[in-house]
Design a protein around this ligand. Structure first.
Ligand code: NAP
Length: 306
């Protein structure tokens, strides 16, 4: 494959940036990948494992001469990072983010964007519960979706080049507006995470079930909740602070459905329960058919999750 960008700068060196660097190198998609992280500890680890061609001390140093800059920090930090790098961006460069929320990131980032620099939102729908510079792997984005979210006045050529870049990284791409993105992600990712956090919290609070029982018998469904609930607390705090409306909308619907199921359980309404579970099973089948998970009894846990 030929390099799509000359110099790519990764700001933040966690799971997503690390996986991006490895996938870019795997595909020869850039001549040079440089990166930086907030802490000297993360920068030192990244240097030690050779995560990028060069690890810079500051974000300003990293973006110098870069034709693609990828913001790989928590959603709540995007605005401050954009303000910091703005004076050092190369005219004509493209900046994208990988944040899990889009409207709030647009609001935080766009006011700092220099006139001659492009910005396009991106959200790879792939991740694991691990974080930090050692957690990345080149295959993370393979056959996953990357949602491309261009601002209204985006340059079509810039968006097309960036989409091609994500496709060569291994992802499928599709475009959507920031508000639609935030609603879709509230359904498929944000509300499920909040529910998982709650379920694990409830089990933890339940004095009548011992810790060892929770841990030893967790394979019966609970284990998947614990994996999701082990996700990075900073990242997920920022997701809920920045996608409040869509998450609350979905949680409202969730609560109504939960009450309906609760009533069916109380009233012994087997037909309601059976029909409901049949419907949800079809959704699982659809996910498997689309190649977005595996039949393996570990639910593909060793690989990526959406
Ligand atoms: P991560 O592994 O925790 O890495 C986050 C990076 O951001 C670290 O290098 C960290 O620096 C840096 N950082 C944290 N707070 C910062 C701040 N206030 N200012 C500047 N830098 C800061 O996170 P990740 O999983 O790669 O997530 C990065 C982005 O991708 C997030 O916006 C997240 O919403 C999005 N995303 C995540 C997933 C997922 O499943 N993990 C999936 C799709 C999208 P230090 O190491 O120095 O602390």
């Amino acid at each position: 494959m030929t390099a799509i960008y000359h110099r790519v700068a990764l700001i933040g060196l966690g799971l997503i940036a690390g996986s991006l660097s490895l996938a870019i190198r795997r595909g020869g998609l850039a001549q040079e990948v440089v990166g930086t992280a907030r802490s000297s500890e993360s920068r030192a680890i990244a240097r030690e494992i050779g995560l990028c061609d060069q690890i810079c001390e500051t974000a300003l140093e990293a973006v110098a001469g870069a034709d693609l800059v990828v913001l790989c920090v928590p959603v709540g930090a995007m605005g401050a990072v954009m303000a910091e790098i703005a004076p050092g961006l190369k005219p004509g460069a493209t900046v994208c983010d990988v944040g899990s929320v889009k409207r709030a990131v647009f609001n935080a980032v766009l006011p700092h964007l220099p006139q001659d620099v492009h910005f396009v939102g991106c959200h790879p729908m792939a991740g694991t519960e691990h974080s930090g510079p050692k957690s990345g792997f080149a295959e993370l984005f393979d056959n996953r979706w990357c949602l491309i979210v261009p601002p209204e006045d985006a340059d079509a050529q810039v968006v097309s080049q960036l989409s091609k870049f994500w496709q060569q990284i291994g992802a499928n791409t599709t475009e959507m507006t920031p508000d639609h993105h935030d609603l879709v992600c509230a359904v498929v990712s944000h509300a499920p995470h909040l529910i998982a956090y709650t379920m694990v919290g409830v089990a933890d609070d339940l004095g009548r079930v011992t810790d060892s029982e929770v841990i030893n018998y967790s394979a019966a469904g609970f284990r998947d909740f614990t994996r999701i609930a082990a996700s990075d607390p900073t990242m997920w705090r920022d997701v809920f602070l920045n996608n409040r409306d869509a998450t609350l909308e979905i949680l409202g619907r969730f609560t109504e459905e939960l009450f309906a199921l609760q009533r069916a359980v109380r009233q012994g309404d087997g037909e309601h329960l059976y029909n409901y579970f049949n419907r949800t099973r079809e959704i699982r089948r659809g996910i498997l058919e689309a190649g977005q998970d595996t039949q393996a009894p570990d639910f593909g846990r060793s690989g990526a999750k959406s």
